[in-house]
Design a protein around this ligand. Structure first.
Ligand code: MRU
Length: 367
């Protein structure tokens, strides 16, 4: 998608110096104030970037892990290959526990390199697999957009083409993927098609991913308004939301959804007000091995500081300001679980299905 009129992607591999491949990404800590590109040189750099949320969002985390795996293979010593690969795998998997895309990408790499005979061949396969994951993600998000667009078009027609108001939580946009985004892809396509649309953007405390969503939407010229996390319920009661679309970090085979903390409360309020609540996801965000979101999905606990302090950029530098009294404790869960019963539908690259085991299985029979 565009930044200042120029098309960008969130991550890429630069091999202009074949000795030192670089993973280029956007340091999201500086958004929305500054577009700062950073070069990650080692698998340790990639692990740090994921863990400390310099880059974030389930699909982007998966793509970054795949590239980090490639860099890690290049760093591995043939004499201690198996041990090095095990360490590399553990290091990447430890970074963020909830987004299943990370596990999916690493597992895909591990399976892919089995086919290589020599070490060089394995490294070549890992490189290609990472690049494939990136290209596939772009195509998948576009397909999610096309399926989601039909929902927005339907609502627009129902409303005699009056503005369709969408509420979203966190950032499930292109900056959380490679391009297009998941929750935002239908919005971008609707906007491109000339459908009148407006987005309510939850600020999404404590990491303020809403500021990234607002940045994206502004760059594409999509009308939007930021709201504090507590405002959505009232807007839903007032009839000012036509549909909600969010992303997800892991979805069970029964349709329970883990997404950014606060998603559940929005789904409850949407349900209470008969407003459709959709979750947009690529199929690799399903965890087909689990059935109960509440018991089976690990919820990331992040540092207290993220709640007690607020971080922003001032004069090009990251600054931190304390909000609460010294000594105050905070609890900082990164995600919550929205049970399938509160979800109207799952928007995937194959189409829209109900959030239940039967419908998901019918759409993804091979899984
Ligand atoms: O903690 P984050 O910012 O990585 O969490 C991101 C989200 O919860 C997104 O909504 C989710 O990953 C879907 S991104 C397409």
């Amino acid at each position: 998608m565009n930044i200042n009129g120029t098309a960008h992607r969130t991550i890429s591999l630069d091999e202009s110096d074949s000795e030192v491949p670089l993973v280029y990404t956007i340091d999201q800590r500086f958004l929305p104030h500054e577009l700062r590109r950073i070069a990650l040189k080692t698998s340790n750099d990639v692990a740090t970037a994921i863990e400390e949320m310099w880059l974030r969002g389930a699909p982007l985390i998966g793509a970054a892990a795949a590239l980090g795996f490639y860099l890690g293979l290049r760093e591995a010593d043939p004499a201690t290959w198996d041990r090095d690969i095990k360490k590399l795998t553990d290091k990447l998997l430890r970074t963020r526990p909830t987004a299943v895309n990370l596990h999916w990408a690493v597992a895909r790499q591990l399976t892919a390199i089995e086919k290589g005979v020599s070490y060089d061949e394995k490294i070549g396969i890992a490189r290609q697999t990472a690049l494939d994951i990136i290209e596939e993600d772009v195509a998948i998000c576009k397909q999610i957009g096309e399926h989601g667009l039909k929902i927005i078009e339907y609502i627009s027609n129902q409303k005699s083409k009056k503005i369709v108001n969408v509420l979203t939580h966190c950032n499930a946009g292109w900056l959380a993927c490679i391009d297009w985004g998941t929750a935002t892809a239908p919005i971008y396509l609707a906007h491109q098609k000339g459908i009148a649309i407006h987005v309510w953007v939850d600020e999404t405390r404590p990491r303020m991913q809403g500021s990234i969503t607002a940045y994206e939407l502004a760059q594409q010229g999509v009308p939007h308004t930021v709201i504090s996390d507590n405002t959505g319920g009232l807007l839903l009661q007032q009839g000012l939301v036509d549909l909600c679309i969010v992303g997800t970090d892991r979805t069970t085979r029964t349709g329970d959804v883990a997404n950014k903390i606060g998603t559940y409360l929005k789904a409850l309020a949407a349900h209470d007000n008969n407003v459709p609540f959709y979750v947009a996801l690529p199929s690799h965000t399903f965890d087909f091995s689990i059935s109960n979101g509440l018991t089976d999905i690990p919820i990331e606990t992040r540092s207290e500081q993220e709640v007690l302090e607020v971080q922003g950029v001032h004069a090009g530098e990251l600054k931190t300001v304390r909000l609460f009294p010294t000594g105050t404790r905070a609890l900082n869960y990164g995600f919550d679980i929205t049970p399938a019963r509160l979800i109207t539908g799952l928007i995937t690259e194959r189409g829209v299905c109900e959030a239940n085991e039967e419908a998901i299985k019918a759409m993804f029979p091979q899984a």
